[in-house]
Write a protein that binds this ligand. Structure first.
Ligand code: APR
Length: 243
């Protein structure tokens, strides 16, 4: 990570009038939550992409639920890292206007972020696979919870591969993106749509993009400023350079 890119990113943030952030699994990596792609994305030789689908849950609900129980336990044992804390501080200071996260963990919320949209849902949320019933998991459950209204299996209230994003959530996201003159993209591989196209909305209206990642991604070519490094180290450093 080089000092100049930190300073330049801080200047872009200082100069911005409406900054939004987009985060992915990489921001929670330093809190010990595995990412989806690469070695991290494997659980008992299953690929996350094979488990996070409606078909997988219909075919083998026990296996998929077991994966979620494992992730529920993991997330509960984790705490927000300095990257989550810096993002929450920027909201409090008025520097950051809105945060869009692809993460289904609650670490941004626990760090204090409130102007926050979870585009892929909430891992502790539950919804019925048959009727419209929704609730929230209070404590990890090894057994698949049952709908109290229609007795079908409940499922995590997250967006699985092949499913569309909630329309109301998308309205909020596009409303925020249209206002933005700068977007800071942190810890996402930029592969999963539509989230991967959010930075393009800001770029297409003349805005700028800052990217923070440990490696180059599918989005790096359109970044105006690339800061290479761990989110939990880079964000506090940028914060120190803000005026
Ligand atoms: N700091 C910054 N970036 C990091 C760090 C770190 N400490 N560690 C890893 N990264 C980066 C990786 O280089 C990679 O680009 O985080 C990114 C993680 O990518 P993915 O695992 O693909 O996660 P994400 O982009 O959030 O995935 C999008 O895919 O499976 C679905 O719904 C799931 O929301 C998820 C979506």
């Amino acid at each position: 990570m080089d000092e100049l890119s930190i300073q330049l990113a801080a200047k872009m943030i200082d100069d911005s009038e409406y900054l939004v952030a987009l985060t992915g699994a990489g921001i929670s990596r330093e809190s010990n939550i595995p990412t989806f792609r690469g070695e991290d994305g494997l659980w008992r030789n299953y690929n996350a992409m094979e488990l996070a689908t409606p078909e997988a849950y219909a075919n083998d609900p026990e296996l998929v639920w077991e994966w979620y129980t494992w992730r529920h336990g993991l997330i509960r044992d984790c705490t927000p890292n300095p990257a989550h804390m810096t993002i929450a501080k920027w909201e409090k200071d008025g520097v950051l206007k809105h945060l869009i996260t692809q993460n289904v963990d609650d670490l941004h919320y626990r760090a204090g972020s409130r102007k926050l949209t979870h585009v892929h849902g909430d891992i502790f949320g539950l919804k019925c696979t048959r009727c419209g019933y929704k609730s929230r998991l209070n404590e990890p459950s090894e057994d698949i919870p049952e709908c109290p209204e229609c007795y079908a299996n409940l499922r995590p209230d997250v967006v699985w591969f092949g499913e569309s994003l909630d329309a109301q959530v998308m309205n909020t996201v596009y409303d925020q993106l249209e206002r933005a003159d700068t977007i800071i993209v942190i810890g996402t591989s930029g592969i999963v749509q539509p989230a991967a196209s959010f930075p393009l909305v800001v770029k297409n209206q003349g805005g700028s993009m800052i990217e923070i990642n440990v490696e180059r991604t599918a989005l790096s070519n359109m970044a105006d400023m690339l800061v290479s490094g761990k989110a939990g180290e880079v964000l506090p450093l940028i914060d120190q350079h803000l005026l």
